[in-house]
Write a protein that binds this ligand. Sequence first.
Ligand SMILES: [Cu+2]
Length: 147
Amino acid sequence: MRRRFAPALGVLAVALGAVAAPASSAPTGVTRCHPRRHHPCPKPLPHRLEVDENDQGELPKPYSLVPSHNPVAAGKVQFNVYNFGEDPHTFAVLDGKGRRLAFVKVPANQPDTAIELQVKLPRGRFTLECTLSGHAHLGMQATLTVR
Ligand SMILES: [Cu+2]
C-alpha cells in the first residue's frame, strides 16, 4: 500500500502546482470575458472609418453624411471621405464646443476615391459635417463618439 500511495501524492502535488501557477502569475486587471459565454469580449474599436457624403437623397433630407463606424477608438483616427454627390462638398470635424479640429475639401463625383484625413481625437463626442452653407441642416452632419 505504501508504495502505491507515495507516487499518487506526487502526482497530486504536480497537478495542484499546475493549476495554481497560472492563477498566481496572472496579471491584475485581466478582462473577465469569453467569446462564447454570457460575458462576450468586446471587439476593439476601429481607428479608421469611411464617411460617405451624398447630395442625391430624397426630401426632406436630400443630403447625407454617414460614418461607416461609430463609435471609434480614441487616438489617431483616419477618415476616408467619399463624395457620391454631384456637387463638391467639404468635411470637417468639430469638437463639443463647435471648434473646427480638421477640414478638407471633397471634390464632386469621387465615389471611388477617398479624401484622406487623419485627426488625433480624445474620448468624447464630435460633429462631422459639410461646412457649406445649409448642407449640415439638409443632412450632411453626424455625431461621432470616440471611446
Ligand atoms: Cu456639402
